[in-house]
Design a protein around this ligand. Structure first.
Ligand SMILES: Cc1cc2nc3c(=O)[nH]c(=O)nc-3n(C[C@H](O)[C@H](O)[C@H](O)COP(=O)(O)OP(=O)(O)OC[C@H]3O[C@@H](n4cnc5c(N)ncnc54)[C@H](O)[C@@H]3O)c2cc1C
Length: 429
């Protein structure tokens, strides 16, 4: 064990260089703070989560990423379409029917290895120091306060590094939440996802090339169909585990292929292509953290909460939280006050966004629900549903929820995600 020679020189340590880590690092570095990002993998690295939604625009713009994305070869996404098991297809919903065509209404289908590399390069350009192939092993605490981390680099050297604040951006590893016993499953959203990549399968043309299709299979399961560049398409199925593994089928490839036969449109789309042969599976589903912050520590992105990906909200929430935390930490560093109260507004904004999206996810999975029913009774509800699905999640949707509750129950807000109470924090030491 060694102390890194520079161990006192950082103002913030960031665990993980995904979208939440890279965005908070970029913001803090841009303000001139000394930021260290520790990332276990060597980038570019594979990651699932490839479809952006319209309201990623604002945080990406704040980070200076829009010109870079415009120059990239990522497929442009203008719409979402829903397809029934028999192949009946809704009209594409084009975002430009509601939002500004040159900004919010056009987003991207990304390859995460490339997108995350771009985001990390952006943070580096703004002055963040990044150490890849470096795994954080534990949080260092003194008197109940997190004062830094212990990490091991690829040569096997283990060292300590210190800063007044540590940002946990570790994604599904949920580093702090797991270790502190804060990780809580969502009471209802326990799904499994199985996915692969196809080359040369069929796709739309022109502005429909980058359409995200959500294609239903029985029992409220659904496929995502996300066309990417280089003639690749990301395609996966999400449903209850007991449905996907019915009859004892456990092999991801078999699960996937069986479900393809359950949706005529997906079957047709994939018929001209071939799978890369790699099949992925995850049962890491919706979860929350009891607290968003403890003294010297704040949780960001998936490390804070993860919501079922049916509406592709993960990167939007990761960028939003990275942005908000970056601003809150900057203000705290300037004031010389990183007390827990600094993260109250952050927690409120993020939980509001998560809870709004979560209500739509619950409604979606209820067999008795369809968005069409609500819009038929309340035509103006369509705009509100669209706004929330597009990621405009920090608004008061009470009227919409009351209308949807006429059809199906919606969950109450979970009492999670506030900063740890000062009394509990004081007891920790
Ligand atoms: C099946 C599925 C489909 C999805 N589809 C979409 C989609 O279409 N659109 C969308 O927006 N989102 C989607 N998501 C969600 C999206 O992938 C995540 O919300 C997003 O990646 C969160 O970003 P993050 O920065 O918080 O975490 P991550 O991107 O997971 O980054 C965390 C980083 O931390 C590093 N790390 C972890 N532990 C340590 C450690 N101990 N030391 C050092 N480094 C560490 C990891 O290596 C990783 O690079 C999907 C998720 C799933 C599971």
């Amino acid at each position: 064990m060694t102390n890194a020679p520079d161990s006192q020189s950082y103002e913030a340590i960031i665990i993980g260089a995904g979208p939440s880590g890279a965005s908070s690092a970029a913001i803090l570095a841009e303000y001139g703070h000394r930021v260290l990002v520790l990332e276990r993998e060597k980038f570019p690295r594979y990651h699932i989560g490839e479809s952006l939604i319209p309201f990623t625009f604002q945080p990406l713009q704040r980070l200076g990423m829009i010109p870079k994305l415009k120059q990239s070869h990522f497929v442009k996404k203008y719409s979402v379409t829903f397809v029934q098991p028999d192949g009946a297809r809704s009209q594409p919903f084009y975002f430009f029917n509601r939002y500004d065509r040159d900004t919010v209404a056009q987003t991207w289908q990304v390859l995460r290895s490339e997108f995350d590399q771009m985001m990390l390069d952006n943070a580096r350009e703004k002055g963040a120091e990044v150490r890849e192939e470096t795994t954080v092993n534990r949080l260092l605490t003194e008197g109940g306060r997190v004062v830094g981390v212990e990490a091991t680099d690829k040569s096997g050297r283990t060292y300590e590094v210190r800063a007044p604040i540590t940002l946990d951006c570790s994604g599904k590893e949920a580093f702090a939440s797991n270790r502190n016993g804060w990780r809580l499953r969502d009471p209802y959203l326990n799904k499994i996802a199985v996915w692969t990549y196809y080359k040369d399968s069929k796709r739309g043309e022109g502005i429909d090339e980058g359409d995200t299709t959500v294609a239903f299979v029985p029992d409220k399961g659904w496929f995502w169909h996300i066309p990417q560049h280089n003639r690749m398409t990301s395609v996966g199925v999400v449903a209850e585990g007991k449905y996907l593994t019915r009859g004892g089928v456990k092999d991801p490839r078999e699960i996937f292929q069986r479900e393809v036969a359950e949706n005529a449109w997906i079957q047709d789309r994939l018929s001209t292509g071939h799978s890369t042969g790699e099949y992925y599976i995850t049962s890491e589903y919706s979860r929350h953290s009891r607290y968003c912050a403890a003294p010297g520590l704040v949780l960001v992105g998936d490390a804070f909460a993860f919501l079922d990906p049916v509406f592709s909200s993960g990167i939007m929430l990761a960028l939003k939280s990275g942005h908000l935390v970056g601003e809150a930490v900057h203000a705290g560093l300037l004031a010389g006050d990183l007390s827990l109260a600094r993260f109250t507004d952050y927690s409120a904004a993020l939980r509001q966004g998560i809870e709004n999206m979560r209500k739509l996810v619950y409604a979606f999975y209820n067999p008795a629900f369809s968005f069409r029913q609500v819009i038929e009774r309340y035509p103006d509800a369509g705009g509100q549903i669209t706004d929330c699905l597009s990621g405009d999640v920090n608004k008061d949707y009470t009227v919409l929820w009351n209308r949807i509750r006429e059809f199906v129950p919606l969950p109450d807000d979970l009492p999670y995600g506030v900063p740890m109470p000062e009394t509990a924090a004081a007891g920790k030491g």
